[in-house]
Design a protein around this ligand. Structure first.
Ligand SMILES: Nc1ncnc2c1ncn2[C@@H]1O[C@H](COP(=O)(O)OP(=O)(O)OP(=O)(O)O)[C@@H](O)[C@H]1O
Length: 204
């Protein structure tokens, strides 16, 4: 099933950010979001994840199918790595956390409290959560922040495996992940600034 986005307009803090955005994300495909800081990539991902409504347009194929990895990784610091993954598995109605531990090289850290992990280790745990969701559409906001080169490679491998199993991924990133993916330049869809209600006042 595709994720279909048609003529989407979105806002943040009451101001329009992007408009006229349309794309299709097919099973087995990855789409990389590119664009300068502040253009609206996070706002777009938040909207697709259902955290805020669009101004207008249509999003089809998102319901109950999206796993969202945001800037904040949402790990529970007083639970161990294993307990975190088991917690998320129970939330999403899945059982097997072993592939997630393996994919992100977390076995040696399995009994450590998540709050005591390094930034990159926490990020690996946050990304491992994707695997226990069982959800097919991964929405990822700068997923490689804090990751070293080996961990970036692990992440790219996990995405490739996910695509190979018929999943899809929409990834906002400033780095080259080495994935066979299309690139969507978000800046093309920058919204026009709202008209000034008080035109003269705008100069004062
Ligand atoms: N909580 C907020 N309240 C109001 N405005 C916000 C908020 N967060 C972001 N913005 C503004 O919304 C616009 C879009 O921000 P967004 O975070 O979507 O950009 P981005 O493309 O993801 O940027 P970056 O590459 O820096 O992560 C920016 O002008 C930003 O300043």
């Amino acid at each position: 099933m595709n994720l279909n986005v048609s003529d989407l307009a979105i806002s943040r803090g009451g101001l329009p950010v992007l408009e006229g955005l349309s794309f299709v994300l097919e099973p087995g495909r990855a789409l990389i979001l590119r664009g300068p800081n502040g253009i609206g990539k996070t706002t777009l991902l938040r909207t697709l994840a259902g955290l805020q409504p669009p101004l207008s347009g249509r999003i089809e194929g998102a319901e109950e199918r999206i796993a969202y990895a945001a800037h904040s990784d949402g790990i529970k610091p007083t639970l161990t790595v294993t307990e975190n993954l088991r917690f998320w598995a129970s939330v999403f109605g899945t059982r097997d956390i072993a592939p997630a531990l393996d994919a992100f090289a977390l076995n040696d850290l399995a009994d450590r409290f998540a709050g005591n992990l390094s930034a990159g280790q926490k990020r690996r745990l946050g990304l491992a959560r994707l695997l226990v969701t069982g959800r097919p559409v991964w929405i990822l906001d700068e997923p490689t922040v804090s990751l070293d080169r080996d961990a970036v490679a692990l992440f790219a491998d996990a995405v490739r495996a996910h695509l190979g199993q018929g999943g899809s991924a929409l990834i906002a990133t400033h780095i080259d992940l080495g994935l066979a993916a299309e690139v969507l330049e978000v800046g093309t869809f920058k919204a026009a600034p709202p008209p000034l209600e008080d035109f003269d006042g705008g100069f004062l």
